[in-house]
Design a protein around this ligand. Sequence first.
Ligand code: GDP
Ligand code: MN
Length: 380
Amino acid sequence: MDLLEYQGKQLFKQFGIPVSEGRLATTPAEARAAAEELGTQVVVKAQVLTGGRGKAGGVKRAEDPADAEQKAKDMIGLDIRGHVVEKLWIEEASDIAKEYYLSITFDRGAKQPLFMFTMQGGVEIEDVAANDPDALIRLHVDALEGYQPWIARRLVYGAGVEDPGEQKQLADIIGKLYRCFVECDAMLTEINPLIVTPDGVVKALDSKFTVDDSALYRHPDIAEFRDPGAADPFEAFAREKGVTYVKLDGSVGILGNGAGLSMSTVDVVVVAGGKPANFCDLGGGGNAEGVVDALEVITRDPQVKSVFFNIFGGITRCDEVARGILEALDRMKIEIPIVVRLDGTNAEEGRQILADAALPNVHVSPTMLEAAKKAVELAA
Ligand code: GDP
Ligand code: MN
């Protein structure tokens, strides 16, 4: 889950990383009130989940509260790389002497968190890496060893920071950012720019923050940041129902048991010439409750023209799944065709149960490819 700048900064603040005072605003009037309350010159910042806001007109300095109101008016509704601005962060304006860059990402290849630091901040880090690779200091952290003070020293001296006051503040921020990264179960924490003011104060002027979705249950306060309006409505509904679901843009609804089989089902639908409407994993079970929830989620999408129900029974028994399907269809009205492929434990019994029920819109196919072809044909 990606966080907005102000949300990331809220977490930075909790971990003691210096940030500027600010207020959230969703209307020009609120922006004006925020500027009045802060009592300084402010920067009006569009809160959208994309970078490069500065260049796209999403970061504007305002002279006074009236100007903040006007800047907010111009910014709300602005389209920044496909993201429409609805929220603004009104922040005390900073004077900038230098712009640095600091991040921690999770390097999957190395299976370790990776620090990156450079004195050439404020620009795209990819450009620094391409044009002046020596200026970008990269350092992995051994998770078992954990954070050690030498890490900060190596980053700061390696990048060429010479001012002792800056070195000290940077070391402090680097240590705190690591704690923030680990304790929030982050996949990415990035500060670009990490500024030095003319008075020599170092602080985070921007934040980019990604939290591991699978760890959100441990962070109810972070999970609350999720904007229900911003998420896909079908995915939001699925989350409510506890169904593992990813919306895709085709017409064949997909329901499998287990993530691997569900992904293969997506593939085989493509092989059969169709387009999957979603990925949906029923998990290990197959009871009526789970089937009802999953079918409800899938069929809510009007793009779905047929459903491919693909079950391989290992521990799951196909006869139970078949009964679950019948019970589900008894409880909810589904008009669109459903193609069921059952294989594995008690597959014969399962197919027999469905055949005996003789529902007009339920088709049983013995193999995955045949079922996929049928589902694609019925979705056309
Ligand atoms: P991004 O473009 O989405 O990365 O947004 P940032 O928050 O990083 O802002 C972009 C740029 O605007 C920064 O690199 C700064 O140069 C500038 N900027 C942002 N806030 C301030 C501020 O308070 N004072 C000044 N002088 N410049 C700012
Ligand atoms: Mn930035």
